[in-house]
Design a protein around this ligand. Structure first.
Ligand code: PLP
Length: 458
């Protein structure tokens, strides 16, 4: 407990991104384990000396890279109780409280986010797993549950946009549908899937004897947080009876806010939906919320019942082992309960709006700056931008400059941002989702960006 308290007190003194070289940490760890017991003091000393230098501080207020994986004090306490109880929550019988709290937490989130009230959900480890579960369920539905029995036919098709997260490709591979049957639909200037191109592709595939199985839309792509238009794509899926999965891993949390409910227009067409409280909902990794419209199809896909797991309560309760891939399950609902109760929904909304306001300020500064520009429209708490001094027109040089700018900022240890490419433009990504971030942190990063940029060799 003392160590944890000290860590948060000193957090801002650490370099945000670890700069160790490959094998630096490995070489400090003895080649074989101790035969005799070592003291906790010695172990903690090594944590400070050997481990901390190799940690990138995801909870540092100047961490703006990728998407955050934010945590909070209530979440840490919940997680500590989970570790203390050490319950393995595979079925209701192995800890009724875990199963029933999970059921309730999924309802709390669903209702606070305005998701359809007939949906049922469970907690998965990651969005990657949840999307795999969605693809497998879609596969079973499309093949009348024969793939589980006989193997996967080679004519199933999965559609997503060119901007889709790599977890979908992985899911398609694991499902046996095959990478060649994953079709990446082009996007418009705002990086959103073009619904007309989706429909044309589905029609063409049907004519060629292929079987459309699943469409995956993004509510917030990883590169630029583009929001696919569910209200246009949804009816296309309904028309051709194709499973619609919504990957809202990051941006889904924003459905907590009334002003972002527009992102969910058309959600009634969705068959499954995933978002990560472990990204922007103050709940430490891992905690993914996965919802389905028809839980029977999900259960039919995943249920295998060996003798040793038969219980008297079967059918009256949720045995979550049937809702996904793993048998064993951690008690993840506990930390979510701690977070939702400690913050309250109003407290969560307030903090998210604070992030969005900080981002509005940052994006505005970029827009008004003579040497920087927005690369895509700022959305939620996300800004995609680049350094672009008016004197430099050459795109190759601009890309090199921005790469150098990012490298220098990240190696300075003062802040950590990541990048993406938008139509061959090397762009910096700034995501403001840290639990304890303040205006002064954003001002600092802007000043640092300006300072480094003005000193770059062209
Ligand atoms: N989907 C999107 C849109 C993402 O941005 C990410 C990760 O950033 C994922 C899926 C994968 O999330 P996870 O790490 O929970 O598997």
């Amino acid at each position: 407990m003392d160590w944890i308290e000290g860590y948060f007190q000193n957090l801002e003194s650490y370099p945000v991104k670890s700069n160790v070289a490959p094998k630096d940490i490995y070489n400090t760890i003895p080649a074989s384990p101790p035969q005799e017991s070592e003291s906790l003091d010695d172990i903690l000393k090594d944590v400070n000396e050997k481990i901390i230098p190799g940690i990138t501080h995801w909870q540092h207020p100047n961490f703006f890279a990728y998407f955050p994986a934010n945590t909070s004090f209530p979440s840490i306490l919940g997680e500590m109780l989970t570790a203390t109880l050490g319950a393995q929550c595979m079925i209701w019988d192995t800890s009724p409280a875990a199963a029933e709290l999970e059921e309730r937490m999924m309802e709390w989130l669903r209702d606070s986010m305005g998701l359809p009230n007939n949906w049922e959900g469970c907690i998965q480890d990651t969005a990657s797993t949840a999307s795999l579960v969605a693809i497998l369920t879609a596969r079973e539905k499309a093949t009348d549950f024969k793939s589980n029995e006989e193997g996967v036919p080679n004519n199933l098709r999965v559609y997503c946009s060119t901007q889709t997260h790599s977890s979908i490709e992985k899911g398609v591979c694991i499902s046996g549908i095959g990478r060649k049957n994953m079709v990446k639909i082009p996007v418009d200037d705002d990086m959103r899937m073009i619904p007309e191109r989706l429909e044309a592709q589905i029609k063409e595939d049907i004519q060629n004897g292929l079987k459309p199985c699943c469409v995956v839309t993004a509510m917030g792509t990883t590169g630029t947080v583009a929001i696919d238009d569910l209200k246009v794509i949804g009816p296309v899926c309904a028309k051709y009876d194709v499973w619609l999965h919504v990957d809202a891993a990051y941006a889904g949390s924003a459905l907590m806010l009334a002003e972002y409910q527009w992102m969910a227009e058309g959600m009634e067409y969705a068959d499954s939906f995933v978002f990560n409280p472990h990204k922007w909902l103050f709940t430490n990794f891992d905690c993914t919320a996965y919802y389905v419209k028809d839980v029977d199809i999900l259960l039919k896909t995943f249920e295998v019942l060996p003798e040793y797991l038969k219980t008297k309560t079967r059918g009256q309760v949720n045995d979550y082992r049937d809702w996904g891939v793993p048998l064993g399950r951690r008690f993840r609902a506990l930390k979510l309960w701690f977070v939702l109760r400690s913050f309250g929904i109003k407290g969560i909304r307030k903090r998210m709006r604070h992030h969005i306001a900080l981002n509005d300020w940052f994006a505005n500064q970029i827009e008004e700056s003579a040497d920087f520009e927005l690369v895509t429209t700022a959305v939620l708490n996300f800004t995609c931008f680049r350094y672009r001094p008016p004197a430099i027109k050459d795109e190759v040089i601009l890309n090199q400059l921005n790469q150098k700018l990012l490298d220098q900022l990240n190696t300075s240890g003062k802040a950590f941002l990541s990048h993406t490419k938008v139509n061959n433009i090397y762009a910096l990504r700034m995501v403001i989702g840290q639990t304890y971030v303040e205006q002064r942190h954003i001002e600092m990063v802007l000043e640092e960006l300006r300072k480094i940029a003005s000193g770059l060799d062209i």
